[in-house]
Structure formats: structure tokens, C-alpha cells
Design a protein around this ligand. Sequence first.
Ligand code: PGA
Ligand code: ZN
Length: 414
Amino acid sequence: LIEKIRGLEIIDSRGNPTIRVFVKTKDNIEAFGDAPAGASKGTREAVEVRDSNGLTVKKAVDIVNYIIDPALRGFDVRDQSKIDKTLIEMDSTENKSKLGGNTTIATSIAVLKTAAKALGLEVFKYISGPRYPRIPIPLLNIINGGLHAGNKLKIQEFIIIPVKFNTFKEALFAAIDVYKNLKSLIAERFGKIYTAVGDEGGFSPPLETTRDALDLLYTSIKNSGYENQIFIGMDAASTDFYDEKRKTYNIDSKELSEDQLFEYYLQLSNQYPILYLEDPFEENSFEKFAELQKELKNTIVTGDDLYTTNIKYLKIGIEKKSTKGVIVKPNQIGTITETFEFIDLARRNSIKTIVSHRSGETEDSFIADFAIGESSDFIKTGAPARGERTSKYNRLLEIENKYELEYNGKYFSI
Ligand code: PGA
Ligand code: ZN
């Protein structure tokens, strides 16, 4: 039973304040949950509570200590859905703006981790229950653009996907070969100073166009000898280069209409092995996503800002057949229970799930356990660099090694 809940202001990987919540039971079992923070957020995401300077989270800490703590004392930590439901009712808004999605998700994660600890279970085991989980395929963002970097690339993320390997360990280390190879290529071509990394640990060389980045990425995959095993993905995060007034996309020094951008994606897909394409159009374009998905049969078109981990929008996507993939970010919706419901709905409709970090992260590895526990198809957690990204990869390695779980890549098909 919960004895105390308290909030603490900590810092995330961009040096910004964020909230950590501790939950303690009467038996002195304690665990914490952290709120990550996005940079390219979807409009329909749960809202963070921050102080009037827009940065610190003292108000959120007060909400935890003076509103959430007294309300949840005495609850059974194993009763995740009842606790989450109480948070949702206390908040009473559509987008968690009263309590803050950051305070509710940190609390919700802390409750789950405390329950696992109280039962003496690994977090992923507590989540999976009697199901036999697998290790998800990692999507490694190794060239950063958009809001995550200072270069001119409009596409936010250039991703490598090590699919055809027998184990997660082999897959990850092959991806690291490509990452190292890319680093050498960048050093040769632009100078060593450009091997510094962006927010998610990917390089952010002074490239100008999408094609330049894809060329460089593909060259490093080929140089490493993994052409038939490692594929390419992109997160366009296109809302960030969409001009709402003119209804156009500003990309690669051109102003493209929706149809021209559509054609551009088709051309790129003919030239490169693009297996994954996230948020190709702005966040309300359910129909255009569907058209593209229909055309690109061998690509997992995926919605991130399109759905914001909210079943209300996923239902629209299902009806319109918008995408074969969904991004799952617990902090976009604000509680673990709602995140479970979102994954269930995607599953029931044969949509692939991609559990994802945020660009502002902490060193907590919770989403690694979460992705395995839910047997998600993929996990998206940045480059194999920077502690807040490697903590997730290292946890996946640890679980694979200790529990001899199978790697999803072995069974992958679109
Ligand atoms: P964000 O970006 O965490 O900055 O929102 C990640 C993404 O768009 O997938
Ligand atoms: Zn995204």
C-alpha cells in the first residue's frame, strides 16, 4: 500500500529541469519514474506543467506533493489501472493540463516500478505476465536534423534498422559498426569537428539535402557489409517544416505541395531501402498518410504526431487505413494504463508498435523494460551514444543475456 509519493526536480539530457516521482509503500519498497520531454511535440499531446519561466517544474513538484500524494495514499501499488483512473479523474481535462502530463506519467511509471519491486519481479516480467516476450528491433537515429540539430536538414531523423540478425546483441553491434563507419566518413568529408553529436546521439554533419544524408547513410551501411541486413528509416517530423498558411512543405530549399512531397518520397523509396517512414505529412493528414501507405507496400508508414499515443486518433487512422505503424510514447498520453490500451488497439488491428523515447531523456531505462514487456515490434531510442540512450540499449542487452529471450528481427515480416 502506498505510504508516500514525492516529487523532485531533476535534469534531462538537454540540461532542462524535469520531474522525478518517488513512490514508497508501507513496507518501505520504493521506486521512481521520470518524465521525458519532446522538442518536436504533437499538438494533441498531454501538456506539461511548467513554471511561468517555461523551464522549471516547481509547480509540478508541488502538485505531486500536495495533490497527488494525499489522494493516492493507501492505494495498492499493484492496482495500476485504478490509480491511473484516479489521476485521470482528478485531472479531468482532455490533455492533462491541470495536473500535467509530466507529473501523471512520472507517477504512473513510479507506481508500476514500485509494484514490480514489491513483487520481486523484473519490470518487464511484471508487465508481460505469463506471456513470453521478445526483444524488439531497434531503430537507431544516427543522423540528426530538424529541431534536434543545428544543420540544414529538414528531415529530423535518419535511422538504421538492423533486422536480419539472430540476436539483439548481434543486431546492435552491427549497427554500431555502421555508426563508426559513418563517423569516419564524416571526419574525412567535412573534418573531425563535425563528428559532434545532436540531441539523440546521432551525428549532425553540415549536409544540405535529404538525398545527401541518405547517400551518406547508405554508403556507411554498404561499407560495413550489411546491405542485406540493415535497412533505412526516416522520421520526417514534417509538421515542423509545414507552412500552415500556404499549405506547403519547405524542404531541401524547395517549397513543395503535398502531392510534390508525396512524389519525392516515392522517388527516395525507389533509390534507397526505406523500410520505415514516420510522420511524412503534417499531423492532420490522415488521408495522405493512407495514400502513401497504399503506394509503399514494403514500408512501414508510421504515425507519431498523427496519433500522439491517443486511441481517439488511432481509431481515425484505423478507419482510414493511414499507417502500418504507430509510435508509442507514454508521456504523450500521460498514464501507463492509457498507453496499454493504445497498444492493445494497435495490436488488434495488426498495426506494428514502436515504443519510443523522447529527445529530452533521463538515464532511466524504463522504456526498455516496457517495450520488452509489451513485446513491441520495435524500440526507438536514439544512437548508440550518450548515456541516456545507452542506458536503454544496455538494459536490452542485459535482459536478452539473462533471460535468453528471442530477437524479433528473426521473425520480422511486413
Ligand atoms: P521529440 O522527437 O521527442 O523531440 O518530440 C521524437 C520524435 O519526433 O519521434
Ligand atoms: Zn517522431
